[in-house]
Design a protein around this ligand. Sequence first.
Ligand code: ADP
Ligand code: MG
Length: 260
Amino acid sequence: MQGDQQSKSTAPTMQVGDEAVINITDMNKWYGQFHVLKDINLAVRRGERIVICGPSGSGKSTLIRCINRLEEHQKGSINVNGIELNSDLKNIDATRREVGMVFQHFNLFPHLTVLQNCTLAPIWVKKMPKKEAEEVAMQYLERVRIPEQANKFPGQLSGGQQQRVAIARSLCMNPKIMLFDEPTSALDPEMIKEVLDVMIELAHEGMTMICVTHEMGFAKTVANRVIFMDGGQIIEENEPEAFFNNPQSERTQLFLSQIL
Ligand code: ADP
Ligand code: MG
């Protein structure tokens, strides 16, 4: 599953394979006339933990939403796990089965219980028998440490608990890649850690992850690469130590001086 090549991370369990699981080449996207993503090139290998940061409006969400085709790109290519993302619906379906996504605002179904949120896609998309889907869901709810909330509705849970449900719900589809879009930005400070802890565990289990986050502590300890975006472009990328201690571009320096 994982290659021999050890990442530079201090954590011995977090290894990075040689194989690229996401390949983005000269990708451009426009919203109408607005050129939102400009010549994006990014290859992500299996087991990589990539943190994307950058000012608001720089295109971070748009970029990761393009990776599971929640947004469409107009130029260049995006290949996920060997599947080319284009208008072919079969490819889009296949990609979404492999790529889990966690949003800032959880996006749980409010009228379904926690358990039903977690079993919906396995039952309807994967055609998993209900009982098996419930067993799988309970395993993941235990992993994110909220099995006792299974029969509650999202509105009865704290923000941190809801976000852990959202992570468990994604994991129920057994994704190969997880995308996180500012998963802790909507949380009260005391709940940030319980969500980050779950993400850290996932990283240690070898999950390939792309996380848009401004949690720089997470970036320093978990990421093997940090990417800085501004104005729809990847301005700079590096290993965390070099990125934080020796940022090259003035825009990166300015951004870091504002958030650190
Ligand atoms: P970030 O996540 O870095 O804050 P976004 O990817 O959300 O940035 O947005 C990048 C730019 O694209 C912003 O200027 C934003 O206003 C614009 N934008 C985002 N979504 C849309 C949309 N659906 N239609 C038009 N413009 C959009
Ligand atoms: Mg965003």
